[in-house]
Design a protein around this ligand. Sequence first.
Ligand code: AMP
Ligand code: MG
Length: 327
Amino acid sequence: MITLGIESTAHTVALGIIDDKGKILADARDMYKTKKGGLIPLEVAKHHNKVFPELLKEVLKNIDAKDIDIISFSQGPGLSPCLLEGMRFAKDLSKKLNVPLIPVNHLIAHLEIGRLFSKAKDPIFILATGANTQIISLEGDRYRITGESMDIGIGNALDKFGRKIGLGFPAGPKIEELAKKGEYIELPYTVKGQDLVFAGLVTEAINKYKKGIKMEDLCYSLQETAFAMLCEATERAMAHCGKKEALLIGGVAANKRLMEMLDIMCKERNARFYSVPLKYSGDNAIMIGWLGILQYKSNKRYYDNLKLKDIDIKPGWRVDEVDVNWS
Ligand code: AMP
Ligand code: MG
């Protein structure tokens, strides 16, 4: 069985083809970036709309469209204009190829591709993306959130600071580079129970930048503080849920310092730390295709009868609202 996955929740627009053994057959992507300033949802959606046809051509270079059994797309969470573009493209394609359309939760797709591409069996998931920061574990038939950011995601926190100091989008990788030359200065550290708060930290870093503190020192300290907060909540979740593994996913999982800190924390408690290959930790369409296959195989009759007109986007969809009946 082969699926074509469609991703368009935020900055990345992507199409990917994967089979039910987890073999990747095609993977085409494009990312909306800026030199200055951040993401403007309507502009990003326009970009995605323009790029879709080129991406489709690219993924169908060596694959016959007739061999595609199902289409999967990111139904949410994400930026509404971008989700709408993805859904429109997905519905058109599903009609044209006359195959079922499987709507999937983008965040659960991050979790499932993490399970596919790492050896972790039953980890605490650290989902560190642009818009979302959650500590998650699979309990029965639900992904349960055992800790999360109360305001912005950790990636957005880095991007917001980066935007203010003129780094453009995405700022995460640039902050990681600058941090290598920085020294520690104290910034607000806010963990309440399992709740994390990043906005005050970012505001204080911006204020300190305006007062003339070195950019490198702020990048370093912002990372150290935000990542330590995440490590603290992860460690407590591991203790509470009795898990011996931690798996880091999401775009911020590209950060070597974050991986190092989580790895040290895990080693100290005789647990194992896992990450996913860089190419699949951030937004991609392979993960959307893979979750589509899992869902379709576990509920074939439902999806075969699902009507396109009954499918809509879900911009604020949470991971704990989905029944996990495929594992
Ligand atoms: P996602 O939403 O999962 O695609 O992740 C995108 C987020 O990852 C953006 O906020 C980026 O700034 C962030 N990001 C990407 N690479 C890095 C990195 N090396 N260090 C920190 N954050 C990163
Ligand atoms: Mg994502």
